[in-house]
Write a protein that binds this ligand. Structure first.
Ligand SMILES: Cc1ncc(COP(=O)(O)O)c(C=O)c1O
Length: 257
């Protein structure tokens, strides 16, 4: 908050040295404009906790983001990287980009009745025509298969063009529980055909099914875990992709921009 106040004064003062400082923070001018909004009250608290966290940004490493990332990874020890987003749907978008960049393949497999969000990438993985109709064309190379159908999954994966299988361990719409062994076998099929297994735990994660991740009930270790919703208890718009460095992958780092 201090930084924002100073910035407002700088604009009026026209001081050359201070104007130079202002240039440094110019990329986030859109945030500075909202000096009377509730968002700044939240930001004020972040500044008090750590000056390093003064300006929320997805593109720079921040102390508080790092602390949260470490805490999350303590619960999911097979993964070691976290990318934060502003919503669940953005976490899905990031997962699509990471998967394509890492595998250099275009295809994404998703399930009927799936809900992964409503922005264009995640809408392309939406298994309900009511959400999709009227908004096409959607993302190409997204293949729908029935939930719990391993043969359909293998048929899609056998094309060797699939970057990832993105699945809710328990489907949120209708609370559809997977058959015993479905997720484990789906995970093994992804391994067999070189596709990534992405667990959308935006509904099921953070302890909602009795374990930190619903995936744990079936002993699977997804390549990516997507979180949002309970991550801030609804207080702050935030989502997260928990993942790991992909062996021999493509240009994953660029897919965060
Ligand atoms: C499983 C799942 N994935 C993704 C999303 C999208 O999250 P958000 O609404 O934060 O964009 C939702 C939202 O309900 C969801 O249930």
């Amino acid at each position: 908050m201090k930084l924002f106040c100073v910035a407002d004064q700088l604009i009026e003062s026209g001081d050359a040295e201070k104007t130079a400082q202002l240039t440094i923070i110019a990329p986030v001018r859109a945030i500075l404009r909202m000096s009377d909004s509730p968002l700044n009250e939240i930001t004020e608290h972040l500044v008090i906790v750590s000056a390093d966290a003064a300006i929320p940004s997805r593109t720079a490493a921040r102390v508080l983001s790092g602390v949260l990332a470490e805490r999350l990874l303590e619960f999911v020890p097979h993964l070691d990287k976290v990318f934060f987003s502003n919503s669940g749907t953005e976490a899905v978008e990031a997962a699509i980009k990471f998967a394509r960049a890492a595998t250099r393949r275009p295809g994404i497999v998703y399930c009927s009745h799936a809900f992964h969000g409503l922005s264009y990438g995640s809408l392309s993985l939406n298994g309900d025509p009511n959400f999709r109709e009227g908004f096409g064309p959607l993302l190409p190379e997204c293949i729908e298969i029935p939930f719990n159908d391993l043969a359909a999954l293998e048929k899609a994966l056998a094309s060797h063009t699939i970057a990832a299988f993105i699945v809710e361990p328990v489907q949120g719409k209708g609370v559809i529980i997977p058959n015993d062994g479905y997720l484990r076998d789906a995970f093994e099929l992804c391994r067999k055909y070189g596709a990534l297994f992405v667990a959308d735990e935006i509904q099921t994660g953070l302890g909602r099914t009795g374990r930190f991740l619903a995936s744990e009930h079936w002993g699977i270790e997804p390549d990516m875990v997507l979180l949002a919703k309970s991550l801030s208890g609804g207080q702050v718009p935030v989502g997260a992709v928990l993942t790991h460095k992909f062996r021999g992958g493509g240009d994953v780092a660029r897919s965060t921009v």
